[in-house]
Design a protein around this ligand. Structure first.
Ligand SMILES: Nc1nc2c(ncn2[C@@H]2O[C@H](COP(=O)(O)OP(=O)(O)OP(=O)(O)O)[C@@H](O)[C@H]2O)c(=O)[nH]1
Length: 307
């Protein structure tokens, strides 16, 4: 049962490579973890764990990595990261206490400043590797970085995921930043991992490209299945994605598919390239177009489509 005091929401751990995000996620979720282990475990991939507590459900999201945008695709990917950050309740930046604040940390914090409404907190990770004087200095540098970039830290918390020091305090603080809300996920398997949402969004964008005027807001995409293909060698993974592209009318279906299926093929190819760039793994994309009559006006269909 969920009482009025129950809180729920999404927190994303970000930080430069090796900052300790995955280790901290695991420490936070502890034994009651649901990790989507069938997802590609590349540094760019999104892994999510859920902290189930009597008073809260804290859903941990690792958003895809930011890139210094050199290409249009890079910019597009960063837009996606910003969009993901804007959708979560809080973003926590991890700054390892055994290293100085560097350009990578400054870049991430500056980007985070562009997402005004999301709550931000700072975590000084790996405190077991630094002495108290150094930790105090580090916390001061994190505060200064916030002031310099215009990010207001809701909390600055030192933790060690390895020794466990302050991990439960961090969980309490994060829960305190969440809105009141019911349990969002049942115990058990997760179906709508952020990767699937991002993949669906990329497919939708590719499908709308060039036909926006003809198909305003009429396309919804649902990733039905996503998983690494079995029996592949470790160095040659392949991610299978089965997705349905919903339109409202058969005339729209014709537009999306194109003559002899040529347009759908092109949509699939472009979406696949973007998903591969985002997740860092080769993708086999199986795309089907279906008609969900007037889905925009039907609450049941909207819920089914995750909207
Ligand atoms: N001593 C110590 N080591 C830690 C701690 N947290 C993480 N590490 C180590 O730091 C390294 C990087 O940790 P990860 O959790 O993989 O870091 P990450 O930020 O997820 O890394 P990427 O996936 O590359 O972005 C690993 O060798 C961890 O064992 C900590 O609290 N104390």
């Amino acid at each position: 049962m969920t009482g009025p005091e129950h809180r729920s929401g999404f927190v994303s751990l970000v930080g430069r490579p090796n900052a300790g995000k995955s280790t901290l996620t695991n420490a936070l979720v502890g034994q009651k973890v649901v990790i989507t282990s069938d997802k590609p475990q590349t540094t760019r991939s999104v892994v999510r764990g859920i902290v189930h507590r009597p008073d809260a459900q804290l859903i941990m999201v690792d958003t895809p990595g930011l890139h210094r945008p050199r290409t249009l695709l890079g910019e597009r990917l960063n837009d996606l990261v910003h969009a993901t950050w804007a959708e979560v309740d809080a973003v926590a930046v991890c700054f390892p206490a055994n290293e100085r604040i560097g350009p990578g940390d400054r870049f991430i914090t500056t980007e985070l400043a562009k997402v005004p409404r999301t709550t931000k907190l700072a975590i000084a990770t790996k405190t077991d590797l630094a002495d108290p004087g150094r930790i105090a200095e580090h916390l001061g540098e994190i505060a200064a970085l916030g002031a310099e970039t215009g990010v207001e830290w809701a909390e600055i918390v030192p933790v060690s995921a390895v020794s466990g020091d302050q991990v439960s305090l961090l969980a309490d603080l994060m829960v305190g930043l969440l809105p009141e809300g019911p349990q969002l996920y049942p115990d058990g398997d997760l179906t709508d991992a952020p990767e699937e949402i991002l993949a669906a969004e990329l497919i939708r964008e590719a499908a709308l490209d060039g036909v926006r005027d003809e198909l305003p807001h009429s396309i919804a995409v649902v990733v039905e299945e996503m998983g690494l293909r079995e029996d592949r060698p470790d160095d040659r993974p392949l991610l299978d994605i089965h997705a349905n592209l919903y339109v409202e009318r058969s005339s729209q279906k014709g537009i999306v598919i194109g003559r002899g299926g040529s347009r759908l093929k092109d949509v699939g190819r472009r979406a696949r390239l973007q998903i591969e760039a985002l997740l860092g793994v080769p993708v086999y994309l199986d795309l089907h177009v279906k008609i969900a009559k007037d889905w925009q006006r039907d609450p049941r269909q909207l819920r089914k489509l995750g909207l």
